[in-house]
Write a protein that binds this ligand. Structure first.
Ligand SMILES: NC(=O)c1ccc[n+]([C@@H]2O[C@H](COP(=O)([O-])OP(=O)(O)OC[C@H]3O[C@@H](n4cnc5c(N)ncnc54)[C@H](O)[C@@H]3O)[C@@H](O)[C@H]2O)c1
Length: 245
């Protein structure tokens, strides 16, 4: 049976590598066309991979923290693809420091990308979803948004904020057939975790009941569950090997 994602357009912010790219690849495998707002990373290898799967894929240089630029890019994506059926707010950054040393700039920049970025994208695509009488939004939060983490006051606040945003958007848009959910990953193997020493990785594994670090595909499967299910909204799924039970 074909996925309901076949022939649909999914916007995945920051999907040029890591978890975002795994989400885009799984959606493409199910026949979805992919639009990627991104910064910093060369999008060419990701686009090549996605296009080789037989779908349309385009990247748009866009800082998600910029309200006006995200409006311009959302309008361009709608013009290029016809309409948007789903949005995954995946773009995120860290600037870790204990609160004693954390600067105002460290706090503001993480909130601006992780939380306001999701607000910007959601706001600029809401009319499109209302016109389409349906749609699905998934926000990539984190278990540290649920449990806190020393050294991540800015990041955990942004990820907790995403859960409030998720539940409110779910309530506001449900009468229009739009769902909004969140995925809260624990430790996932990306470029970031590859940089850890074997000793650091062992210390992390000790905090995970299942005993191993997850991979981006584990997160992508939870995202696609939400994108394919029209009857789940306002929900948060942890993908963390049991780290926060
Ligand atoms: N890796 C983990 O263990 C883990 C755990 C929990 C949550 N997450 C979350 O998952 C998401 C993806 O993380 P990842 O590990 O793949 O990281 P990553 O750094 O590999 O990917 C982040 C992506 O976001 C993009 N990005 C960053 N700032 C941006 C901006 N201002 N505008 C547009 N794009 C921007 C980057 O270009 C990059 O492609 C993030 O929201 C992260 O907080 C990751």
């Amino acid at each position: 049976m074909d996925s309901i994602l076949k022939g649909k357009t999914v916007v995945v912010t920051g999907a040029v590598r890591g978890i975002g790219l795994a989400i885009a690849e799984l959606c493409a495998q199910k026949g979805a066309n992919i639009a990627i707002p991104y910064v910093f990373v060369d999008p060419a290898p990701a686009l090549e991979k996605l296009r080789a799967m037989g779908v349309k894929a385009e990247a748009y240089e866009c800082n998600v923290a910029d309200f006006n630029k995200t409006k311009e890019v959302c309008d361009k994506i709608i013009a290029d693809f016809g309409a948007v059926d789903a949005l995954v707010n995946n773009a995120g950054i860290t600037a870790d420091k204990l609160i004693l040393r954390m600067t105002e700039e460290d706090f503001d920049k993480v909130i601006a990308v992780n939380l306001k970025g999701a607000f910007n994208m959601t706001k600029h695509l809401t009319q499109n979803f209302m016109r389409n009488r349906g749609g699905a939004i998934v926000n990539i939060s984190s278990v540290v948004g649920l449990m806190g983490n020393a050294g991540q006051a800015n990041y955990s606040a942004s990820k907790a904020g995403l859960i409030g945003l998720t539940k409110t958007v779910a309530r506001e848009l449900s009468s229009r057939g739009v769902t909004c959910n969140a995925v809260a990953p624990g430790f996932i193997a990306t470029a970031m975790t590859d940089a850890l020493t074997p000793e650091q990785q062992d210390a992390i594994k000790k905090q995970i009941p299942l005993g191993f670090i997850g991979n981006p595909d584990d997160v992508a499967k939870a995202v696609v569950f939400f994108l394919e299910n029209r009857y789940v909204t306002g929900e948060v799924i942890k993908v963390d090997g049991g780290m926060y039970i």
